[in-house]
Design a protein. Structure first.
Lengths: 170, 187
C-alpha cells in the first residue's frame, strides 16, 4: 500500500499533473472536463441512437446505413480515453483508490464490447434484415444502453464517493 | 424592467421550488439529478449529432424522412436535462442566475432553439420530412452547422459553470447583467 501511494504521489508531484490540477488556464482542467463531456455525448449518445434503431425506433432507417455514425461514436470514445487519462493524471489518488472508478471502467468496457458485437452482427452486413435479426441482437442493444447509463451514473458519483483526494494529503 | 431586476425575479421564482430543493438536499438528491442531466445530455446530443451530420452529408444512404423519427428521442433527452436543470436552479438559484458561464449557456440554448424553430418555419423541415429527398437542401446545412456549434456551446459552458461561481457584489451591479450576487439592499 505504501508503495502504491509512493507511485501516486510521484505522479501528483509531476509538472504535468500539477499544471492540469492547479493552473488557472482554461486549457488545463476546464478543457479536459469539457472534452470529456462532449466525448460522452458522442460515445454514449450515438450508441443510444444506433441501439434504439436496432430496438425498432425509426424502422425505415437502413441498418447498414448507420455505419458512418459508429465511426463518430468511436471518435467520441477516444476523445474520452485521452481526456480521461488527463483527468486521471491530475487526480490519480482520488480515482484509483475509489472502487466506483473501477465499476465505471468495467461498465464502459461492457458497453463497448456490446456495441462491437452489435456492429459485427448488424451494421456491417448489407443484407441485414429486420426479420432475420437474432434475438441476441436486441439483448446486445439493451446491454449497451444499460451499461452506458450505468457508466455515466458511476462517473457522476466519483465526485461524491472518493475517500482520498491526494496522496500527499494522507 | 432591466435584466438585473429580471435576474432578481428569476431567483425569487425558482426559490419557490422548495419541495424540489428539499429532495436535492438529501444525501443522493444532487448526484441523482446530475446523473439524469448527463444521461439526458447524451441522448439529446448523440441524436442531434446524427441528424445534423446527416444533413451535412454523412450517411447519405439513410433517407432523411426515415431518420427524422429518431428526433423524438432528442426531445426525450432534452426533457430529462431540462427537468433536472430546473431542479438545480430551484435549489441554488443564485449560483446560476448570476454565473456568467450560465448566461452564455442560456444564449447558446436560445440559439439552438431558435435555429430549430427556423428550420421548420422556413420550410426546410417540411421539405426534409415530407419530400423525403436523399440530399438535404443546400441551406439546410447552415442550420446543421449552427445547431452543432450551439449544442457544443451548451455543453462547454455547462461544464465551465463551477469555474465561474459568482461572489457577493461589493456594490450595486452597474453592468447590464449582474455577474455577482447582490444583497437585498443592492437589488
Amino acid at each position: 500500500m505504501a508503495a502504491l501511494f509512493a507511485v501516486l504521489g510521484s505522479i501528483e508531484s509531476s509538472a504535468l499533473s500539477t499544471w492540469l490540477r492547479e493552473s488557472p488556464s482554461l486549457l488545463a482542467f476546464p478543457l479536459m472536463l469539457s472534452v470529456h463531456a462532449i466525448g460522452m455525448g458522442l460515445a454514449a449518445g450515438i450508441n443510444a441512437a444506433v441501439a434504439l434503431r436496432v430496438l425498432g425506433v425509426a424502422p425505415a432507417v437502413p441498418l447498414d446505413g448507420m455505419q458512418p455514425f459508429l465511426r463518430v461514436m468511436w471518435a467520441g470514445f477516444w476523445m474520452n480515453a485521452a481526456s480521461g487519462i488527463a483527468l486521471l493524471i491530475a487526480y490519480p489518488t482520488k480515482a484509483l483508490t475509489n472502487p466506483d472508478f473501477y465499476l465505471k471502467l468495467t461498465l464502459i468496457a461492457l458497453a463497448l464490447a456490446s456495441v462491437r458485437a452489435l456492429d459485427r452482427r448488424v451494421f456491417r452486413t448489407s443484407a441485414a434484415r429486420e426479420a432475420a435479426l437474432e434475438p441476441v441482437v436486441r439483448r446486445l442493444a439493451i446491454a449497451s444502453l444499460t451499461c452506458w447509463a450505468g457508466a455515466i451514473i458511476a462517473g457522476r458519483l466519483l465526485a461524491y464517493t472518493y475517500t482520498q483526494l491526494l496522496a500527499s494529503w494522507r | 424592467m432591466t435584466l438585473v431586476t429580471l435576474q432578481a425575479w428569476l431567483v425569487r421564482t425558482f426559490a419557490r421550488g422548495t419541495v424540489a430543493a428539499a429532495f436535492m438536499r438529501t444525501h443522493w438528491g444532487w448526484p441523482a439529478a446530475e446523473s439524469v442531466h448527463f444521461i439526458g445530455l447524451s441522448l439529446l446530443f448523440g441524436t442531434i449529432v446524427v441528424w445534423d451530420l446527416r444533413l451535412l452529408g454523412v450517411g447519405k444512404r439513410i433517407p432523411l424522412a426515415a431518420l427524422h423519427v429518431l428526433l423524438r428521442w432528442t426531445g426525450i433527452g432534452f426533457a430529462l436535462s431540462a427537468g433536472s436543470g430546473v431542479m438545480f436552479l430551484m435549489t441554488e438559484p443564485t449560483e446560476y442566475i448570476y454565473n456568467p458561464s450560465f448566461h452564455f449557456k442560456m444564449v447558446c440554448l436560445a440559439i439552438a432553439g431558435v435555429n430549430a424553430l427556423a428550420f421548420y418555419a422556413t420550410g426546410y423541415g417540411r421539405a426534409v420530412t415530407h419530400g423525403a429527398p436523399e440530399v438535404a437542401p443546400r441551406n439546410a446545412k447552415l442550420f446543421a452547422v449552427i445547431s452543432l456549434l450551439a449544442w457544443l456551446g451548451v455543453i462547454v459552458f455547462g461544464r465551465l459553470l463551477t469555474f465561474y461561481r459568482p461572489a457577493w457584489c461589493d456594490e450595486k451591479p452597474t453592468t447590464v447583467v449582474a455577474r455577482c450576487v447582490p444583497s437585498r439592499s443592492q437589488q
